[in-house]
Design a protein around this ligand. Structure first.
Ligand SMILES: *Cc1c(COP(=O)(O)O)cnc(C)c1O
Length: 363
């Protein structure tokens, strides 16, 4: 068998990609809010069902810009069960990160645990829709309202996830996306902000280009976070393939589900959500079983990934003040199995059976 990795970047049809690249060569316009970036913004806003979307260089900058746009200072509460950038982007910008624990069924930030650690210095909550599973948005909205806090969702995994009949991205003051090559939809490197307020969105557009608004005007503090035309060309040529890619992932997830039903724990999803099937995480009974499954798969040239391990509360450069027991516990036991549109049903079968054989072998 060829080497199978946890994911494989979707590639566009070469001819389609080339037509966009031809446009770039014809105009010589490479970056600074070019025609392709504008077109991708329009198409994403329609595809995702969101009003304001601003494309940026990557998902980490999207988080940093969100924090700046909302004028955050002081403490921000987030989950330790996420990719490191969720927290490190905040620490980088001198916010104090405080971790609250996660729910053991959904693996998302626990709203009740958040409420317990709110202090007068708390300025915002930053939940993550982990693996594309919608957070308890109603609860977070209620808490944010009650304590007058800003609400940012790291929606890096939640491209095209629907909740109660609309885009999940419409929740919070801002939702951020990552379009990194390993994500469901990508622009090689890239990201976006979905911004509820129109004025804030206008401000974001200035902020991503150094605050420059004219040849001789620099209106506000900014940074360089512009998406370039080649990134947009990649996104535009992939967007048409997304429905098909998600449908294919769904079939593979249903196949995994069939094998693992009643035999291995998986994340619980709320009702009334339409999933994007971005990841396939499984939770082992303990770390040693996980390691045995990992070793068995790797010996066969199959490379799952331990997302997310370690739990961020164990990183000493990200200050922690509360015990996040569930996050630590889950982090040690969870692993994402290979999932991408080109994975075959035979490969899915082989992977599942290797995992099940390890579970059944009582060592
Ligand atoms: C990928 C990811 C990011 C960072 O996005 P980049 O585009 O790689 O900068 C942030 N948060 C989460 C949850 C992610 O998975």
């Amino acid at each position: 068998m060829d080497k199978i990795t946890v994911t494989r970047s979707v590639m566009p049809d070469r001819a389609v990609f080339d037509t966009y690249v031809d446009q770039i060569f014809k105009t010589g316009w490479l970056t600074n809010n070019g025609a392709l970036v504008q077109e991708l913004e329009r198409r994403l806003s329609a595809y995702l069902g969101v009003k304001n979307i601003v494309l940026v260089t990557n998902g980490t900058l999207a988080l940093q810009i969100a924090a700046k746009l909302l004028g955050l200072q002081g403490e921000i509460i987030t989950t330790p069960f996420t990719f490191v950038a969720t927290a490190s982007a905040m620490v980088w910008d001198h916010l104090r990160v405080r971790f609250a624990d996660i729910e053991k069924e959904s693996l998302n930030l626990d709203a009740a645990a958040v409420e317990q650690i709110i202090t007068p210095r708390t300025c915002a909550i930053l939940p993550v829709h982990v693996f594309g599973n919608p957070c308890r948005v109603e609860q977070f909205e209620a808490i944010a309202g009650k304590y007058d806090l800003k609400l940012i969702y790291d929606a890096s995994h939640a491209f095209n996830v629907g909740y109660k009949g609309q885009s999940l991205l419409n929740h919070g003051d801002i939702s951020t996306l990552s379009f990194h090559a390993t994500k469901l939809f990508h622009t090689i490197e890239g990201g976006a902000l979905v911004i509820k307020d129109d004025d804030l969105c206008a401000h974001a557009r200035k902020m991503i280009n150094f605050g420059i608004t004219g040849p001789e005007t620099i209106e506000c503090l900014g940074i360089n976070a512009k998406m370039n035309e080649f990134q947009a060309a990649m996104g535009l040529s992939l967007l048409d393939k997304m429905d098909e890619a998600i449908a294919r992932r769904k079939l593979l997830c249903l196949q995994y589900d069939e094998y693992f039903k009643n035999r291995i724990i998986r994340q619980a999803y709320p009702e009334e959500c339409t999933r994007n099937y971005a990841y396939y995480p499984v939770i082992f009974p303990d770390e040693s079983t996980l390691k045995r499954a990992q070793a068995k798969l790797e010996a066969a040239g199959i490379f799952p990934r331990r997302y997310f391990y370690p739990s961020l509360c164990d990183l000493d450069f990200l200050v922690n003040v509360c015990e996040t027991i569930t996050s630590k516990n889950i982090s040690r036991r969870i692993m994402c199995l290979p999932l991408f549109p080109d994975l075959t049903h035979e490969q899915c079968h082989a992977i599942s059976h290797m995992v099940l054989s390890v579970l059944e072998d009582k060592q």
